[in-house]
Design a protein around this ligand. Sequence first.
Ligand code: ATP
Ligand code: MG
Length: 376
Amino acid sequence: MFYLESLFLNNFRNYSKLRIDFHPRLNIILGENGQGKTNLIEAVFFLSVTRSFRTNRDQDLAGLPEQYFFIKGQFVKDDFNNLLQISYNDKQLKVVIDNDRKGRFDHLQQFPIVAFSPDDLLIVREGPAIRRRYINLEASRLNQLYFLELRAYHRVLLQRSKLLKENRNRRDLEKLLEPWDDSLITHGSAVIRFRKELVRQLAKEAAPIFSRMSVEQEELSLNYTCSFASDDNCVDLEKQFREALLKKRELEFRRQTTVVGPHLDDLCIIINGRDSRKYSSQGQKRTAALALKMAEVTMLRQKNGSWPILLLDDVFSEFDGQRKEQLLDFLAGINSQCFLTSAVALEKLPAELAGCYYKINVQRGIISHEKDGPGS
Ligand SMILES: Nc1ncnc2c1ncn2[C@@H]1O[C@H](COP(=O)(O)OP(=O)(O)OP(=O)(O)O)[C@@H](O)[C@H]1O
Ligand SMILES: [Mg+2]
């Protein structure tokens, strides 16, 4: 089993100092609005992913008015312990695992965590950029090669788009673009292949979860849409990418930027055959977002052999009775360490979870622990 055993925070959001032990199975974090429930699981998420699910700016996490924070967590995996320490000071982030200094994203796959918060509705509801960000994070966590290809692709994209912005004569520019086109196609095609495979697997896992959670056994499917015409099995992807680039040359010169490539792709989330962004209800969208996250949980388990840690922020206030029950059943059926936040007490837990949890009360960044039940 894989779990976070303890956490220490210094000057993180509204926690000036915190030292807490967690239950290996379920931790229910209760408190009124604005007390620090989300902040607590944000810190847990940050340990694993080295970024927040709410902000891209590290400095937002430093307890005001200071400019530093420190997070330390003890993870247990089977019989091994890992001490992970992250400090932020002077705009610099430092990651240390068991006394070894690491690069910021080196441990992206080592301590797998899946977070679900009300904001995840945006994945279904908003524009493509947010879905690309979602896919990039998930694919990077499942495959280190994806992360490297994506990084290489973004470097090429930046250079190529910079060239297009420089005012040169057309012939010079054509010549200069050639090698960049090659790299763009190589790394871009790799990124697209990884993403299509991820989407195929996600769809396979998410569909049954979604239909179980929906009242009328609705159907969820996913479709990865490329910024250029390409076949599903990606056999001629490089050729199709090149053709599209040549076809869009004029447009690129005019717009002075790269207009073809995976930085413009999208993931279409389809419920009962229709684009959910346009046709689905708020509840259907929320259920689809949750099904995607739960699918990710099962995929991480298949990849790693152990369940990822699961963070559920304020999820229960948003779902109706049946969905709440389905979600709790799902949690009872897997063997993840789970963190649940809620502003109201939870009514009924499945029998499998009763007595296997800590209740953690939060008030203005101060924690009080109630250790419940015989299993704790
Ligand atoms: N950088 C920061 N420094 C100090 N305090 C902060 C910082 N960022 C947020 N806060 C405080 O943290 C509190 C919000 O915490 P959090 O979002 O965890 O609340 P919550 O318990 O999840 O509430 P809700 O039930 O409304 O979601 C607010 O009081 C906010 O002012
Ligand atoms: Mg909150």
